[in-house]
Design a protein around this ligand. Structure first.
Ligand code: GAL
Length: 688
């Protein structure tokens, strides 16, 4: 059953914490929300202690009033189940629900999210509250979305307490059935780790030295599953009471610890909390990768940006504000990438607590605050963009994301280098595509990849025969697969494939890896590509191209002359292998060459500071041009195009052209085939 968010237009609003304010402020809040164009508000995320001040005694009076106030103002509600933080009375009655770290430290009450997600006691109380919330508010016309808990994995994503240990053993029994199977999978014959019984197994706590890497990997899988189990337990209660209301839990961009594909399967709408660092000039590039996951998690379906900051956050070492125009650019970036809502943490800036210096729509200065002015202008603009709804992002290129492989590659103490991570590689490869003006989707194993011309696989350390077969079939049917270094190394138990890397990917890639060759910290080597392209690499592999053509080789050093990049035809498609980590310029050149060969159109005028993304719905296209540079752009518009957003920053110039000012946003509606081009820059832009 598909449950969608029933809301007119683009969602615009944020987290509202009325419990931090006297009642007389609430009326003003709602008045200003209307003034700012707010139509959707999240409430009760951390309200458990107020809703259940004593065990079993619920007090919904204040929340009833808030719900009615918002409803009276025509504002719809994303209602939290309020289970993100247990109240003090629950923790004091059952201190065993507190989480424990790998070194045995029990974390104290005093912040938020202080519970072990495996605790049956926590679950029982959380489900009772969830049911009470669902029964009280599930039929209220203002309530349009359930917001379960808050950011699973924030603060606590792993717990090593005794309750977790019991849960872990139950999970292991279900997975392996027999202790012999576990001993085989974990390779316990190494270092005398053999187990006679499941009861003897503990979570991978601090130990004398490096811990069994399969035990660690299973603990990663278990911890993600355990949180998912808690989430689905709440979802089941909600579905029971309110079968038609959609459910979400807010993601934390590409979080390492949780398999978001599995979470997305359990919810109706994907929502993300995104906090790109204004001090990082490349943060928006990584944000674009995060958003690729948000739409990819449900096969391209619309998602919501549920939290962003109107300016600075409060939790970085230095919390740099967003310069004027940047919040607007960030918001449109999410919309460009398939979002149907732009929301903030939070509505009104707090006066106390750890987040009192976190920006909000309504700053401490009230209506006069810059954030309120900027957000209100955006709110008004978004009201004109309802036509965007239902359109989907157009992308010729996909990138494979696989949590199992990410976790396996993150095992400390047992890898040739601890500097290689999936996210690091993914960001590098994505940055190369971004600066070429190419939009990338993130996809999972088993999804339908047939619409993509190129599939990027920056790293697939853990490769199963089933996934290798899917990659094979994709290339055989005409796709271009690009696989990065240190892939196809281990199987699902983290055992090295017989014969070594690339294991089950060997028939596809036509190469054999003899040795992995990380360079000492601070050193780099050279790669020489055919046609005089050059790249600097930091780690490489002693590679033999047994059935592939080498298109680039190592130059100098121990790997001198050996293949660094290979390509081979595979059925109707092709398979590339990049056996090293290239720095930006070299990687961009290589990716460009691959895109050209695969007929993927790159965009002139793109670069680090200019992003162009297209959404489409039937015959109608919407092109977003986001100009983060300090100079203006000349943009050509197809005949009959309508400028939906541009306003003051995109005054129509000569016919079919417009000027997009520095830090400007342009959204153009046009036909299926024609396109919007950046034709000139008023000065040299900075590119990677
Ligand atoms: C999020 C969280 C919010 C708020 C915000 C501040 O992680 O969900 O409740 O704390 O960070 O940036």
């Amino acid at each position: 059953m598909t449950r969608t968010l029933e809301l007119d237009g683009i969602a615009f609003g944020g987290d509202y914490n009325p419990e931090q304010w006297p009642r007389e402020v609430w009326e003003e809040d709602v008045r200003l929300m209307r003034q700012a164009g707010v139509n959707f508000i999240t409430v009760s995320v951390f309200s458990w202690p107020l809703l259940e001040p004593e065990e079993g005694c619920f007090d919904f009076g204040w929340l009833d009033d808030v719900v009615e106030l918002l409803h009276g103002a025509g504002i719809a509600i994303d209602l939290a189940t309020a289970t993100a933080t247990p109240p003090a009375w629950l923790v004091r009655k059952y201190p065993q629900i507190l989480p424990v770290t790998a070194d045995g430290t029990q974390l104290e009450f005093g912040s938020r999210q202080a519970y072990c997600f495996s605790s049956p006691i926590f679950r029982q109380y959380a489900l009772r509250l969830t049911r009470a919330m669902a029964e009280r508010y599930g039929k209220h016309p203002a309530v349009r979305l359930w917001h379960v808990s808050n950011e699973y994995g924030d603060h606590v994503s792993r717990c090593w307490c005794d309750t977790s240990a019991v849960h872990f053993r139950t999970w292991l029994r279900a997975k392996y059935t027999s202790i012999e199977a576990l001993n085989d999978a974990w390779g316990t014959s190494c270092w005398g780790q053999h187990y006679l019984d499941f009861e003897a197994i503990e979570p991978p706590r601090e130990s004398t030295g490096p811990i069994n890497s399969t035990q660690r990997l299973d603990f990663e899988r278990f911890s993600s599953d355990a949180m998912l189990e808690l989430f689905t337990a709440e979802v089941d209660v909600l579905r029971d009471v309110t079968p038609d209301l959609p459910v979400t839990t807010n993601f934390m961009s590409i979080l390492h610890e949780l398999d978001y594909f599995a979470f997305a399967d359990a919810e109706d709408i994907v929502t993300d909390d995104a906090y790109p660092d204004p001090a990082d000039p490349g943060a928006h590039i990584d944000a674009s990768l995060n958003y690729a996951l948000m739409r990819g998690a449900k096969g391209g379906a619309p998602w919501l940006l549920l939290e962003q900051s109107a300016s600075a956050v409060s939790w970085r070492d230095i919390n740099v504000p967003k310069a004027p125009g940047v919040m607007r650019l960030d918001s449109y970036q999410a919309l460009a990438h398939g979002a149907e809502g732009v929301m903030y943490f939070q509505w009104r800036a707090a006066r106390f607590g750890p987040e009192k210096f976190h920006a909000a729509i309504l700053g401490h200065r009230g209506e006069a605050s810059r954030t309120f002015q900027e957000c209100s202008m955006l709110g008004a603009e978004l009201q004109q963009l309802g036509a965007l709804k239902g359109s989907r992002v157009v992308a010729d290129v996909a990138m494979l994301c696989n949590w199992d492989s990410k976790w396996a590659l993150a095992a400390p103490d047992s890898l040739p280098t601890n500097r290689l991570s999936w996210i690091g590689q993914a960001r590098d490869w994505h940055r190369a595509s971004f600066t070429l003006g190419v939009t990338v989707d993130l996809v999972r194993a088993g999804a339908d990849w047939s619409a993509y011309k190129v599939l990027l696989v920056p790293n697939l350390y853990l490769a199963t025969p089933a996934l290798a077969a899917q990659l094979d079939a994709y290339a055989a049917a005409g796709g271009t697969v690009v696989v990065g270094a240190f892939s196809g190394v281990v199987d699902e138990n983290d055992h090295v494939h017989h014969g070594g890397a690339p294991g089950p990917l060997r028939p596809l890639l036509g190469v054999e890896v003899d040795e992995v060759w990380p360079l000492p910290a601070g050193e780099s080597g050279q790669v020489r590509m055919d046609g005089d392209l050059h790249g600097v690499h930091t780690a490489g592999e002693w590679l033999d191209a047994v059935d592939a053509r080498s298109v680039a080789s190592y130059s100098g050093g121990e790997l001198d002359g050996r293949p660094a990049v290979t390509v081979r035809q595979h059925g109707a498609g092709s398979a590339w292998y990049l056996s090293t980590c290239l720095e930006d310029a070299g990687l961009r050149e290589l990716v460009h060459r691959i895109f050209l060969a695969a007929d993927v159109t790159t965009r002139d005028g793109a670069g680090r500071d200019v992003e162009v993304v297209v959404r489409r719905n039937g015959d109608t296209s919407f092109t977003f041009v986001l100009n983060r540079s300090a100079t203006s752009l000349d943009v050509s518009l197809p005949t009959g195009a309508a400028v939906l957003v541009g306003g003051s920053d995109a005054g129509q110039g000569a016919e079919g052209r417009c000027q997009l000012q520095a830090r400007g946003v342009l959204v153009v509606q046009h036909g299926y085939d024609d396109s919007v081009h950046v034709v000139a820059r008023s000065a040299q832009l900075q590119t990677v």
